[in-house]
Design a protein around this ligand. Structure first.
Ligand SMILES: Cc1cc2nc3c(=O)[nH]c(=O)nc-3n(C[C@H](O)[C@H](O)[C@H](O)COP(=O)(O)O)c2cc1C
Length: 373
C-alpha cells in the first residue's frame, strides 16, 4: 500500500504543479521592490569581463544557479530527469534529484533506480545533489544513506524539512523530532560529502538554522514562501479531505518569504553557503537575493513547466534569459563578479527594517557586515 502511494505521489505532484495555480500571491514582487540596488551610470567595468562563474562542491559553475530537487522514482520521471540533467550540463549549472525515498522502497528495482542514475550519467561536469526527507531519516541507517549517495554518485545530499506540506498531506509523516539533528551530526561525521538543509517552499528561520548549524551543517537552501506553495499542491491532490482543504486555504500564505529567509539564515549562519530559492524566477530577483546575503539561487517549478508544457529549448531559453539579465544587472550596478554583489550599495526599505529589528537583527549592521566593513 505504502509502495503504491509513494510511486504515484510524484506523478500526481507534477500534474498538480502543471495544472493548478499553486503559487504564493504576487511571488513577493513587492518585497523584492523594497530592496533597492543603486544604478551606476558609470559602471567602470567592461561588460565582456563580467563573470558569473562560482565554485560549488568542487566544480566551477558558469552561473550561481541550481536546478532544484524535483523528481525521480516513477518510470515516467526518467525522461524528465534526463532532460533536466542535459540542461544543467549544457548550461554549467548544479542540479538536484527529487526525494530518493523510492530508491529505498524499491531497492532492487532497476527501473526505479535508473530514473535517478540518469542524472549523473548525463551531467558529469556539474555538481549533483541527492535528496531525502528529514522525517525519513528515522527509518534509515548510515549504510542506507551511503548507498543513496554512492548509487547516484552525488556530490552532496540535501535533507528536506517540509513540515507544512506533511501536515496537509493526507498520508503525511510528522516525525520532525530532536533526534533528526543528532542523526545529521552523526552523518556529517561519517559521510565524505556535505549535507544541505533545505525547505521546500515555506522558508528557513533563524531558530531552525541555528539548531542545524550547531549540528555542523554549513549549506542552507532557504526555499522560501514566494514561489511554489506545497500547502496548495497538497490541497489539489485527489486524496485530500474537505478538512485538509479548508486548512490549506487558511494557511495558503504561511511561511517565511524568500528574501527574509535569506537574511534570517545569513544572520544565524554567517559562515555558510546560502542558496536563495522559492520564487526566484527572474534575474532581478536572483541578483537581489544574492545582494542581500545569498551565494547562489535555485529554481524548480518554472523549469519543469517550460520543459513539459513547452519543450527543452524553451526551458533552456528561460534559464539563459535569467543568466543574461543577471549579467546586465551586474553591469548596471558595477559588479564584475558574483562576490562583488555583496559589496555594491543597497538600500532596504520597509517592511525589512521593522522586521529585522523585531527579530533582533540590526539592519545597518547586517548590511555593513555583508559588505565586509
Ligand atoms: C515538481 C516538483 C517536485 C519537487 N520535489 C521535491 C523533492 O522531492 N524534494 C525536495 O526537497 N524538494 C522538492 N521540490 C521543491 C523544490 O526543490 C523547491 O525547493 C521549491 O519548489 C521552491 O522552488 P520554486 O519556487 O522555484 O519552485 C519540488 C518542486 C517541484 C516543482
Amino acid at each position: 500500500m505504502e509502495d503504491e502511494r509513494i510511486e504515484h505521489r510524484k506523478i500526481e505532484h507534477i500534474e498538480v504543479v502543471l495544472n493548478y495555480d499553486v503559487d504564493f500571491p504576487d511571488h513577493c514582487t513587492s518585497l523584492y521592490d523594497s530592496i533597492i540596488l543603486i544604478h551606476q551610470a558609470y559602471p567602470s567595468i567592461k561588460y565582456e569581463e563580467i563573470d558569473l562563474s562560482v565554485h560549488f562542491l568542487g566544480y566551477k559553475l558558469s552561473a550561481p544557479i541550481i536546478i532544484e530537487a524535483m523528481t525521480g522514482g516513477h518510470p515516467d520521471t526518467y525522461d524528465i530527469n534526463e532532460k533536466l540533467a542535459e540542461l544543467a550540463s549544457e548550461l554549467g549549472l548544479a542540479i538536484g534529484v527529487g526525494s530518493q525515498r523510492p530508491m529505498i522502497i524499491y531497492r532492487n528495482n532497476d527501473e526505479v533506480i535508473k530514473t535517478y542514475k540518469v542524472v549523473r550519467e548525463i551531467a558529469e561536469n556539474v555538481p549533483l545533489i541527492g535528496n531525502i526527507g528529514a522525517n525519513t531519516l528515522h527509518d534509515l541507517v548510515l549504510e542506507d544513506i551511503e548507498w543513496l549517495v554512492k548509487t547516484i554518485n552525488a556530490d552532496a545530499l540535501a535533507i528536506h524539512f517540509n513540515p507544512a506540506q506533511e501536515a496537509i498531506q493526507p498520508e503525511g509523516d510528522l516525525r520532525f523530532s530532536e533526534k533528526i539533528s543528532e542523526k545529521i551530526a552523526e552523518m556529517l561525521d561519517l559521510l565524505d560529502i556535505p549535507l544541505i538543509i533545505k525547505e521546500v517552499g515555506n522558508g528557513l528561520s533563524m531558530e531552525t538554522v541555528s539548531k542545524l548549524r550547531s549540528a555542523g551543517v554549513r549549506i542552507f537552501d532557504v526555499a522560501g514562501a514566494c514561489g511554489t506553495n506545497w500547502i496548495l499542491v497538497e490541497k489539489y491532490r485527489k486524496r485530500t479531505t474537505p478538512i485538509k482543504q479548508a486548512i490549506a486555504e487558511l494557511l495558503a500564505r504561511w511561511g517565511i518569504p524568500t528574501p527574509i529567509s535569506v537574511i534570517e539564515t545569513r544572520a544565524a549562519a554567517p559562515d555558510s553557503i546560502i542558496i536563495a530559492s522559492g520564487g526566484v524566477w527572474d534575474g532581478l530577483k536572483a541578483v537581489k537575493s544574492i545582494a542581500i546575503g545569498a551565494d547562489m539561487v535555485g529554481l524548480a517549478k518554472p523549469i519543469i513547466k517550460k520543459l513539459l508544457l513547452e519543450n527543452y529549448i524553451s526551458a533552456k531559453k528561460y534559464l539563459e534569459t535569467i543568466i543574461e539579465s543577471m549579467r546586465i544587472i551586474m553591469f548596471l550596478t558595477g559588479a564584475r563578479k558574483i562576490n562583488d554583489l555583496h559589496k555594491i550599495p543597497i538600500i532596504l526599505l520597509e517592511p525589512y527594517i521593522t522586521y529585522l529589528k523585531t527579530r533582533g537583527i540590526n539592519p545597518e549592521q547586517y548590511i555593513k557586515y555583508l559588505r565586509g566593513s
